[in-house]
Design a binder for this molecule. Sequence first.
Ligand SMILES: [Zn+2]
Length: 219
Amino acid sequence: MKQKRKLFIFIGPPGSGKGTQAELLTREYNINYFSVGEILRTEVRNKTKLGREVAAYLRSGQLAPDEVVSKIMFGKLKRSRKDIIFDGFPRNVDQAVSLDMELDKMKIQRVVFEITLPTKKIVERIMGRRYCVCGKTYHIKHNPPVRNNVCDSCGRRLKTRADAKSDVIVKRQEIYLLQTAKVLHFYKADGGYLLKKINGDRTIPVINQEINNIIKELK
Ligand SMILES: [Zn+2]
């Protein structure tokens, strides 16, 4: 019998490493990975109609509206024939409910990976990030350059992202936890989703192995 197509919903705060884990899976499985953040940034960069609309929201410090985000992600869901990873969607209950209605129209197995990490660790991870204008990224603790604060590949000074401030990160984390608790509650109550909690406070390969074991046991 043909296996059902699968949707993996990755839920985790910024800095939890969920994007890294999702990308690893795309190398190991025949799977499409859709990150809301990445999709929106690409649209903005390419100055598409949608991109200009989104840019206006972002400039005023708002998030892109639910309808806009949902429409994009439903498009990806319908056009893809493979298994799918959603990263950053749904981010609230309204989005989760509308996604649920879309999923009910199709035969698709639903798995939610919740990657957890204490706020203290998130602050440490994000504060330690450095980047270079050439595109290379570093972490002062986990992936430092050879020479302190200098890019290995081009020799320029490394930079810190403007939003890498501990009070900003903590505030963002509080909002995230509030929203996420509601989304997870919805998924628990629904019963149509397999929920897996992953401890994100471990090395990348160890977490990857655990996720892999879960995927292999799916039927
Ligand atoms: Zn560089």
